[in-house]
Design a protein around this ligand. Structure first.
Ligand code: RB5
Length: 146
């Protein structure tokens, strides 16, 4: 799978570890994040990954900042993005099964690396269930057109 990854300065080490973890599993990772610890602004990274996913340059996106909040909010401003911020695997899994999320975010200052890997695994391995959830996702996306 092709995965776009983005991060700000607070998540540099976490990004590196998650990128390596994904590559070990055979995924192709496109890095849109910062690669220095110099303070930077998360909205540009959320937007870059959001646009890459919507343009289908990547199948899915993963975003990491201090809390996962700012960077997921930024991605969600891009039409077509359904980004979720998760600190535990259950919501990550259900966000794919029911909400067909296309971007996962988490906080490098919130979760440790092992929990982050578990969240990523549950999210990547889950599949959208469609059916009644498709109707709700359609309703959700329709909000963008009004
Ligand atoms: C940066 O200090 C921090 O505000 C950012 O990484 C993120 O947590 C924002 O939501």
């Amino acid at each position: 799978m092709k995965i776009a990854i983005g991060n700000d300065h607070s998540a540099l080490e976490m990004k590196r570890e998650i990128k390596a973890y994904l590559e070990e599993k055979g995924h192709e990772v496109i890095n849109f994040g910062t690669d220095t610890e110099e303070s930077c602004d998360y909205p540009m990274y959320g937007e870059k990954v959001g646009r890459a996913v919507v343009a289908k340059e990547a199948d899915l996106g993963i975003l990491i900042c201090g809390t996962g909040v700012g960077i997921s909010l930024s991605a969600n401003k891009v039409k077509g993005v359904r980004a979720v911020v998760c600190s535990e695997p259950y919501s990550a899994k259900l966000s794919k099964m029911h909400n067909n999320t296309n971007i996962l975010a988490f906080g490098a200052r919130v979760v440790g690396i092992e929990l982050a890997k578990m969240i990523v695994d549950e999210w990547l391995n889950a599949e959208f269930e469609g059916g009644r959830h498709q109707r709700r996702v359609d309703m959700l996306m329709d909000i963008e057109t009004r």
